[in-house]
Design a protein around this ligand. Structure first.
Ligand SMILES: *[C@@H]1O[C@H](CO)[C@@H](O)[C@H](O)[C@H]1NC(C)=O
Ligand SMILES: *[C@@H]1O[C@H](CO)[C@@H](O)[C@H](O)[C@H]1NC(C)=O
Ligand SMILES: *[C@@H]1O[C@H](CO)[C@@H](O)[C@H](O)[C@H]1NC(C)=O
Length: 473
């Protein structure tokens, strides 16, 4: 009974949020722990010279065998859906956090050039002739025009007249001439070194304080305590309410060329979800208490099956590490379950283990040894069946939302994703292991339980994540 109630409440809440016309909670979060040209086609728009190759986005193409051809390139890769950056009545200050891993390596015979940028833009298009110093952001005709409606963080490796040096980051508004720059030499960062060096960058924007902060460090290290760049900027003054996020980059004339690679990327746009969270909590109190639901401590394991072949299986540990890294700003470390264990727990998702069906998937009952393999715990597993379009951001949005729930009458996410091979047909999973022994339900209770058919509108479907990224080269 408790399992059922817990699930119904949680799922109903999402449903209510939806029908109340609250801000979409599905579009506020996405994450790529690697890239896949085919799988990402629904999510990313590539312009100019950009390509997606072997798990890596090359914002300017990579034909290293013929480096002269890398001259004068420019490209953009944008997330194909826009994000609403403030509410229409302006009551909601907008915040976002993005994190990405880049490799801007050069060969010893190259000079490095010209640069890379994280970009907020009004659309997914790219101006022509934006190579060289224009960084894929503007061109000779448009640079500085306030109709560009772009704000960018540049990672500049070529000194122009308006630049402090050839190794700096900057905050750009509608122009490649930055309103603020920070030289990186003193910080021990070389943007375009001769050895493969992956940097992780965090761009945080606080809609309340209007503070934009850029942190940067070697991949795998902790986020530095202090940002490299910190600047107050009211985004509303410069970009569109509906804006697109992505990357731009350019090379110059050979040998002023470099790699412009992105290996991982996540983005969480926060502002409008504050409303949703409140609604969740309010409804949670309203529904949870009358329903007589006693305190539930729920461990949510989030599982997915991605489309990778089985041969990728051995890399799955690495992959989940990458995923963990990307989730690092979510407080609390989720627990990991093996797909095969959950499959076993649900008797290969056998019909007899079926608890009910929701809007976008089937919920199964299962028994899993959660803590050090000694205690068997009943779990509920949701297997999602929606098509993969829009699924990745839905899935991640859902993790984020569920993860944030902190109320004694609501289930709490402390679960985590597990990498499993991507195998078609695509069937991501979402599990809800019920942890507290006192709430273990008897088999008969569970097997006769049904889920409200209309109440279930959690639309978590995962596109899955491709294999762990390799070097840009
Ligand atoms: C880069 O894009 C330009 C403009 O579309 C094109 O002319 C050029 O051939 C491309 N270069 C490479 C190496 O793909
Ligand atoms: C923005 O800054 C305010 C004031 O420091 C803080 O209370 C708030 O939590 C911040 N918001 C985010 C999303 O970090
Ligand atoms: C790159 O552009 C510069 C400036 O427009 C031009 O002088 C140079 O010839 C171009 N290089 C190539 C390889 O096209």
């Amino acid at each position: 009974m408790n399992i059922t109630v817990a699930i119904i409440i949680l799922f109903s809440l999402t449903h209510l949020v939806d029908i109340q016309g609250a801000p979409s909670i599905r579009k506020n979060y996405f994450m790529f722990d690697a890239f896949d040209e085919t799988a990402d086609a629904n999510f990313l728009t590539l312009k100019g010279n950009s390509t997606s190759l072997k798990g890596v986005l090359h914002i300017t193409a990579n034909t290293i065998s013929e480096p002269e051809k890398l001259s004068n390139m420019s490209g953009r890769v944008m997330y194909s859906e826009p994000f609403k950056l403030w509410s229409s009545d302006d009551s909601n200050p907008t915040s976002f956090k993005s994190s990405f891993v880049i490799n801007l390596q050069k060969e010893p015979t190259w000079n490095a050039g010209e640069g890379f940028a994280f970009l907020i833009a009004p659309d997914v298009s790219m101006p022509a002739e934006s190579f060289g110093g224009y960084l894929g952001l503007t061109n000779a005709a448009t640079d500085g025009n306030q109709n560009n409606r772009i704000v960018a963080i540049e990672f500049d490796t070529e000194k122009q007249d308006y630049d402090p040096d050839d190794n700096h980051i900057g905050l750009n508004i509608n122009s490649v001439t930055s309103i603020k720059t920070v030289s990186l030499d003193v910080h021990g960062i070389e943007l375009s070194p001769e050895t493969t060096t992956n940097y992780q960058v965090w761009v945080h924007y606080n809609g309340t304080t209007k503070l934009m902060e850029v942190y940067m460090g070697r991949q795998g290290r902790r986020k530095p305590g202090e940002p490299l760049l910190r600047e107050t900027i009211n985004l509303k003054d410069y970009v569109n309410q509906q804006s697109y996020f992505g990357f731009a980059a350019s090379t110059g004339n050979y040998p002023h060329i470099q790699m412009n690679c992105v290996l991982e990327w996540s983005l969480e746009v926060d502002a409008l979800n504050k409303e949703s969270d409140l609604i969740w909590l309010k409804i949670g109190l309203g529904v949870g208490v009358p329903a007589g639901v006693i305190l539930l401590v729920v461990l949510c394991g989030v599982l997915y099956v991605n489309k990778r072949r089985r041969r990728r299986r051995r890399t799955s540990d690495e992959k989940s590490d990458v995923f963990d890294k990307s989730l690092r700003w979510l407080p609390g470390m989720p627990k990991e379950f093996k797909y095969k264990d959950v499959k076993k727990a649900t008797n290969s998702f056998h019909e007899s283990m079926r608890l009910g069906e929701g809007g976008f998937g089937i919920v199964y009952k299962g028994i899993l040894n959660i803590e050090n393999d000694t205690t068997a715990t009943e779990i509920a597993v949701k297997q999602f069946s929606r098509d993969k379009i829009k699924s990745k951001d839905d899935f991640l949005a859902e993790i984020t939302i569920i993860h944030r729930l902190r109320h004694k009458h609501l289930v709490r996410l402390i679960g985590k994703t597990m990498s499993a091979p991507r195998v078609p047909p695509f069937k991501p999973l979402f599990t809800w292991p019920l942890m507290d022994a006192s709430f273990r339900t008897t088999e008969s209770t569970v097997s006769t339980a049904t889920l409200s058919p209309n109440g279930c509108s959690v639309n978590v479907t995962a596109e899955g994540f491709s294999s762990s990224p390799s070097s840009c080269l």
